[in-house]
Write a protein that binds this ligand. Structure first.
Ligand SMILES: Cc1cc2nc3c(=O)[nH]c(=O)nc-3n(C[C@H](O)[C@H](O)[C@H](O)COP(=O)(O)OP(=O)(O)OC[C@H]3O[C@@H](n4cnc5c(N)ncnc54)[C@H](O)[C@@H]3O)c2cc1C
Length: 395
């Protein structure tokens, strides 16, 4: 028999969604326990998203989660769309008066963990949640095991599934781990990290007849770049020289600064939204609720927006106002989630070249890029979506 631990909010997953929620709850005086199956070192070494919307940065700074985003992050006031060898800048500040920040996800996680642990938060590393039970009651439970195999049980007023795209909490909400709207894409990104100076000041999204490429930055000495590839590609199958040739052929308008490649990975593209985001007192947020292809840089930003909304609902509940606002979470969160799904799909389809694309498809795609970049209305839509729409409110 396991001794159950009682808390107000049990959070599965110490990614951006779970940690940010724990941080905001802490600031509101609401107790939570976070469990993650990985160690702190593993979590802090996760190389993933890098672009933060204006609203995400505002929340990180205003809530005291991160000052470093402003000192160590880089403000980007635009991006370049490159096609037919020519770059066209989308000037965010001029079009919508907003910017984005380049600040890698693992730095956000380091900041959140440092702050939470300094504030005495209860974060249990190497604790694997196996199941969420009692989802039809007012006291749902999380059961699992720690790294030594010792079982644990958390009983809470709310259980939050912030456990990423392979969420186990999803089963308690929609009846299976895969229940949702789903789309798979016929290509993926081959990503590299390399030691080199930046090749450009801002991100370059390049559409070429050879496929898509993204030239992104990490710091003055480390760069992140991506190539459109086959989802089944073996990351070891290309030599460094072949990678540089492929990148350069797709970004012919910019001379790339090369350097040693020290990390390679293949990132498959999926769009997913769970059938439902909540069942009574079990709620899904972040990648557990939805996944987007990375072309629109929306993954981590959507997760933080979910947190902002849900925190407001939980604050209202623990202030004695009942579950009214929490119960509105799904309906309100889904508005932004589907806008972001559309934007991510649109950027992906406009910039990538399908293996079966006809000449007509190719010319139509170039026409679309011309329409977006030559028109203030087209560029403004892109700038508005990329930098992030205004936050939704629960009511
Ligand atoms: C390889 C990769 C590359 C990406 N690159 C980009 C990018 O370039 N741009 C972009 O915008 N987005 C990118 N994303 C998406 C972005 O990183 C995610 O949207 C973001 O991490 C979502 O945060 P989250 O907290 O919801 O989930 P996650 O960051 O996935 O965190 C979930 C946490 O839950 C833990 N967990 C899972 N299951 C359990 C369990 N059973 N018990 C306990 N703990 C558990 C995991 O260890 C993890 O720490 C990428 C995603 C991946 C997978």
């Amino acid at each position: 028999m396991v001794d159950a631990v009682r808390t107000q909010v049990a959070i599965i997953g110490a990614g951006p969604a779970g940690l940010m929620l724990a941080h905001l709850l802490n600031a509101s005086g609401i107790a939570s326990i976070v469990v993650d199956n990985r160690s702190r070192a593993d979590i802090e070494a996760t190389i993933r998203a890098g672009i933060l919307e204006n609203g995400t940065v505002d929340l990180l700074v205003a809530s005291g989660a991160s000052d470093r985003v402003l000192t160590d992050g880089h403000r980007h006031d635009g991006i370049e769309l490159q096609f037919e060898g020519e770059g066209r800048r989308i000037d965010f500040r001029q079009l919508v008066g907003r910017s984005v920040w380049l600040y890698p996800q693992h730095e956000v996680l380091k900041d959140l963990l440092a702050r939470l642990l300094a504030d005495g938060a209860d974060i249990r590393f190497e604790h694997e949640a196996g199941l969420v039970t009692d989802e039809d009651t007012d006291t749902p439970k999380v059961v699992g095991r720690d790294a030594a195999g010792t079982p644990f049980e958390l009983v809470a007023d709310f259980v939050i599934g912030a456990d990423g795209s392979r969420s186990i909490a999803r089963t308690a909400v929609v009846g299976s781990q895969t229940g949702g709207y789903f789309r798979e894409y016929p290509f993926a990104w081959f990503g590299i990290l390399c030691e080199a100076p930046p090749s450009a000041k801002e991100l370059i999204y390049a559409n070429s007849a050879n496929g898509f490429a993204l030239i992104s930055q990490r710091s003055d000495t480390v760069q992140r770049m991506y190539l459109q590839c086959d989802p089944d590609m073996d990351p070891a199958s290309l030599s460094d020289a072949e990678i540089w040739d492929a990148l350069q052929s797709r970004v012919s308008g910019t001379a790339l600064k090369q350097g040693p490649i020290f990390q390679r990975d293949v990132l498959r593209f999926r769009s997913f939204v769970a059938w439902h985001l909540q069942k009574r007192r079990v709620v899904l947020i972040g990648d557990a609720a939805h996944t987007v292809p990375p072309t629109g840089a929306k993954g981590m930003n959507l997760a933080i927006h979910d947190v902002r909304l849900l925190h407001r609902g939980l604050e209202s509940y623990f202030a004695g106002e009942g579950t009214g606002l929490v119960d509105r979470f799904e309906q309100v969160a889904l508005k932004r989630i589907w806008r972001a799904q559309h934007f991510s799909w649109w950027m992906t389809s406009m910039l990538h070249v399908a293996a079966d694309a006809t000449d007509f498809d190719r010319r139509r795609q170039l026409g679309e890029l011309e329409s977006v970049t030559a028109s203030a209305a087209g560029s403004t839509y892109l700038a508005e979506a990329y930098t992030g729409w205004p936050a939704e409110e629960l009511g």
